[in-house]
Design a protein around this ligand. Sequence first.
Ligand SMILES: Nc1ncnc2c1ncn2[C@@H]1O[C@H](COP(=O)(O)OP(=O)(O)OP(=O)(O)O)[C@@H](O)[C@H]1O
Ligand SMILES: [Mg+2]
Length: 364
Amino acid sequence: MGLGNQRLAINGVFHATDPRDPVARSIEALGRQALAELPAPLAALPRDEVPLHAFDMVGLPALRALFEPEIVPRQARRQTVPATPDAPALDRLADELAAAGRGLIMVMGKGGVGKTTIAAALAVGLVQRGHSVHLSTTDPAAHLAVTVAGELPDLQVDRIDPKEETQRYIDKVMASRSSDLDAQGQALLREDLRSPCTEEVAVFHAFSRIVSEGRSAFVVLDTASTGHSLLLMDAAGAYHRQIMREFPTGTAGRVVTPLMRLQDPAYTRILIVTLPEVTPVSQAAALQEDLRRARIEPYAWVINKSIGAAGTHDALLAARLDGERRQMERVAAHLATRIYVVPWLTEPPIGLAELSKLTASAPG
Ligand SMILES: Nc1ncnc2c1ncn2[C@@H]1O[C@H](COP(=O)(O)OP(=O)(O)OP(=O)(O)O)[C@@H](O)[C@H]1O
Ligand SMILES: [Mg+2]
């Protein structure tokens, strides 16, 4: 577009203050790797780096401090004891979910908070508790789910691919109508099906199919971005209203739409995943409100990448624990009825071995 005057600002760059601390080391290493792999057009831009600070960027003094060199608050240097929140971990959530015996578990949340990781870990945990599980994702980049595909006989992994679903849907419609249409009619129908609505309908069909599988087994559904999942919810709502209108009163009582299944707490358990930071928690709260407007009540919140639960001796990270604790309290006091905490993991939670650890029963 000819907008050439660009700079790259990299925010929240973290340098370990205690390089012996494994959590600090792993966070720094991830950042370094991301910067090393910067796409060439970005790497060529003039660059500013803003260090990670110990406090949330809310309020004037905090914003002023952005322009100061990296500061570690003095009290933080003394705070070396990790804060371990007493919320249960993912093994307990897996136990509780397993007790239901079947149903739909839907993992939702903003981008990058760990939805795919949590969904895959719970699917593995349920299999290891003796259940057979279908792990399905709408995330186009769910490489992680693929890392457990084919690893366990009782774990089926797949992805709702909009393109494939659309083709399958078109083929189905064409096949069912071809006998009562002449060549021209078929061409018209095919033309009709080329509309963008077809994809929406096709994806909703796939979604409904997966939702209904929860009747007899466990289905763990990893969702893509919040926006996309809410679109599915909207589709479910619209479909529900249409069905209720079309069925004469009296008979509608026997119809079960996907929305009704999502609203049924005995059938569907929705997990909201968030990071213990102010903006992600606000976004998760907004998601919860959207769900409640559709009369869907989330089952639990999963707070992922908790530094407090991991424990750290790094002064800067330890200083940030205050903020983390405030967010935990906020979620507990105002937002969630059940909370599970997943620590920041120094080993990337990828592949069967690492994911199994997340739901393995705690010793003792
Ligand atoms: N507890 C954790 N500790 C350390 N790294 C984690 C943790 N949970 C997830 N990750 C890493 O964070 C990244 C994002 O996780 P994931 O892909 O599960 O998020 P997502 O919510 O599915 O993202 P998207 O919105 O893009 O689908 C991945 O690299 C994952 O390995
Ligand atoms: Mg994902």
